[in-house]
Design a protein around this ligand. Structure first.
Ligand code: GLU
Length: 467
C-alpha cells in the first residue's frame, strides 16, 4: 500500500436513483471485505448530485439492502449534496491556479463544433475555446449565459495506472478533453465530486465497475492537479445474466431487495456474490469471516462473471438447511404473509425440518407449508388420476381409523395406513398418493405419515371427506 495512506479505507458510492443493484452490491462486498481484511475502514457515500433522479426512498432501500447483507460501514451515509460548499471551494482554488476555467459556449455552439469535427473525421472533443492559454485572447463573457466550469486537462502525455483487477492501463490525454466539472446550476459532475470526496475521505482503494474505466484518467488528472494522493483503482468486470447479456431488469431480478423478498438468505447471497469475479482455490461455500480472512485483492478475475440462478439456489439451499429453525420459521412466516396466509412462528417451526431439504429458498418452503394454513386445491388432473372409484372405499376406511385415534402421532397414522392396506388389499402408493392429493393438494410429498402428523386431525378428516 502507498505510504501516503495510513490505513486502508474503501467506500461504496451508489447513486440513489433506484434499488441496490447486484453489481453495486458485489462492489460493496469486495470493498468491505478488502477494508476488513486489512483492519481498515469502509465508507458509505451517497452520490446524489443527479438531483432529478435521486430519492430518499432509494437511499433507504440501499441502506436496508446493505444492512441485510451485513455490510456494515464505519462512516456514512455521506451525502454529496451536503458538500456543495466544499466542492465550490475546491473549484475556486483550481480556477485561481489556472487548472479550471469558466466556459460560456452554448449547447448550440458545441453542437456546431461537434458537427464540424465529425465532418472532418475527427474525434468529437471540446476544442478548449474558453481555456485560458498563454498568448490567447478570450472573448468577453457573453451576457446572460451561465458558464460551466471545465477542468484544464493536460493536453498531452499519458495517464497510466496499475489497476488492481485489470493490470496496467494507459490512456493518452489527447483522447480526452476538458471535462465539465461544475454544471451551470453549480452542481458538480460525478468525476469531480468523486475525486474531492475520495481525497477528503482518505480513500486508499477504489473498487468499482469497469464501466468507469474511461472516467479514471480524468479523475487521476484531477487528483494530480489538487496535489492529492492517488488511491489505487480496481475495476471489476461486469456481471452478465445467464443469457450472456448485461444483467437487466427485463431479464429478471437485479436488486438485492428482490432476493431478500424472495426468501434468500443474506449469508448465501454474500457467499454467491463473492464468487462473481473472485475465487479462493476451489472454495464455493464459505462464511463472511472466511472471505474477510482471504480477501487480499488477489484472484480477482479480469473477465465478466455470469449470474447463475441455479447456483445461487444451490448455495441458498445449503445455508437454508443449516440455519437455526427458529430463524427459518420467521422467514417462512413472512413468505406466507406475502401469499396472504397467516401463521405464527410457533406453528411453523415444528414443520420446517420435514421440508427444508427439498427447498432452495424460504419462499419455496412457504409453498410447502401453505397446505397447513390455507385451503388446498388439488388439480383436476390429479383428482381424475388418483381419486378413483377403486380407492374411495379405502379412503373411507382410512378416515375411520384415523378418526378413532386418540393420540395423533406419526406411529399411529402409520398404523392406520397399514390396517387400511390390510383391509383393502391396496399397496401403499395406491393409498398414499390419493391421501396426498386430497390433504396436501399435490401427489408428491415427504413420507405421508410424517406430513399428516403436522396437521390437525380434524383438518385431515375434512379433506379426506371432501370428495
Ligand atoms: N456513483 C457511481 C456509481 O454508482 C460511483 C462510481 C465510483 O465508485 O466511483 O456508479
Amino acid at each position: 500500500m502507498s505510504s501516503t495512506f495510513d490505513k486502508v479505507r474503501t467506500r461504496i458510492a451508489p447513486s440513489p436513483t433506484g434499488f441496490l443493484h447486484l453489481g453495486t452490491a458485489r462492489t460493496a462486498l469486495f470493498s468491505w471485505a478488502y477494508a476488513r481484511h486489512h483492519g481498515g475502514e469502509f465508507v458509505l457515500r451517497i452520490e446524489d448530485t443527479d438531483v432529478a433522479r435521486s430519492t430518499q426512498d432509494s437511499v433507504d432501500q440501499i441502506i436496508a439492502a446493505m444492512n441485510w447483507l451485513g455490510l456494515n460501514y464505519d462512516e456514512g451515509p455521506i451525502y454529496q449534496m451536503q458538500r456543495l460548499d466544499r466542492y465550490q471551494a475546491v473549484v475556486e482554488q483550481l480556477i485561481s491556479e489556472g487548472k479550471a476555467y469558466r466556459c460560456y459556449a452554448t449547447p448550440e455552439e458545441l453542437d456546431a463544433m461537434k458537427e464540424a469535427q465529425q465532418a472532418r473525421g475527427e474525434k468529437k472533443l471540446y476544442d478548449r475555446r474558453w481555456r485560458p492559454e498563454p498568448g490567447k485572447v478570450l472573448p468577453a463573457p457573453p451576457e446572460g449565459v451561465k458558464p460551466v466550469i471545465r477542468f484544464a486537462n493536460p493536453v498531452d502525455g499519458d495517464v497510466t495506472w496499475d489497476d488492481l483487477v485489470k493490470g496496467t492501463i494507459t490512456i493518452n490525454n489527447r483522447e480526452i478533453d476538458d471535462l465539465i466539472i461544475v454544471r451551470t446550476d453549480g452542481v458538480p459532475t460525478y468525476n469531480f465530486a468523486v475525486v474531492v470526496d475520495d481525497w477528503d475521505m482518505r480513500i486508499s482503494h477504489v473498487f468499482r465497475g469497469d464501466e468507469h474505466i474511461n472516467n479514471t484518467p480524468w479523475q487521476i488528472n484531477i487528483f494530480n492537479a489538487l496535489g492529492a494522493p492517488l488511491p489505487q483503482f480496481g475495476h471489476l468486470p461486469i456481471i452478465l445474466g445467464d443469457d450472456g447479456q448485461k444483467l437487466s431488469k427485463r431479464r429478471g431480478a437485479v436488486s438485492v431487495t428482490a432476493y431478500a423478498d424472495g426468501g434468500y438468505l443474506p449469508e448465501a447471497m454474500l457467499n454467491y456474490l463473492a464468487r462473481l469475479g473472485w475465487s479462493h482455490g476451489d472454495d464455493e461455500l464459505f462464511t463472511a469471516e472466511q472471505m474477510v480472512a482471504w480477501f487480499d485483492g488477489s484472484h480477482l478475475s479480469k473477465s465478466p462473471a455470469q449470474w447463475d440462478p441455479a447456483k445461487l439456489d444451490w448455495v441458498n439451499g445449503h445455508y437454508l438447511k443449516q440455519i437455526d429453525e427458529g430463524r427459518l420459521a420467521d422467514l417462512v412466516v413472512t413468505q406466507l404473509k406475502a401469499k396472504g396466509i397467516q401463521a405464527t412462528a410457533e406453528q411453523v417451526q415444528p414443520k420446517v425440518g420435514l421440508f427444508k431439504d427439498r427447498c432452495a429458498t424460504a419462499a419455496a418452503l412457504a409453498d410447502w407449508l401453505a397446505m397447513y394454513f390455507a385451503p388446498v386445491m388439488p388439480s383436476v388432473e390429479d383428482l381424475a388420476a388418483y381419486i378413483t372409484d377403486a380407492v374411495r372405499p379405502a379412503l373411507a376406511v382410512l378416515a375411520e381409523r384415523l378418526s378413532a385415534m386418540t393420540d395423533w402421532n406419526k406411529a399411529g397414522i402409520q398404523q392406520a395406513l397399514k390396517e387400511t392396506l390390510a383391509a383393502t388389499g391396496l399397496k401403499m402408493p395406491q393409498l398414499a398418493v390419493p391421501v396426498r392429493v386430497l390433504v396436501c393438494g399435490r401427489s408428491q410429498t415427504p413420507s405421508v405419515d410424517a406430513v399428516l402428523e403436522h396437521f390437525d386431525k380434524k383438518k385431515v378428516l375434512e379433506r379426506l371427506h371432501s370428495i
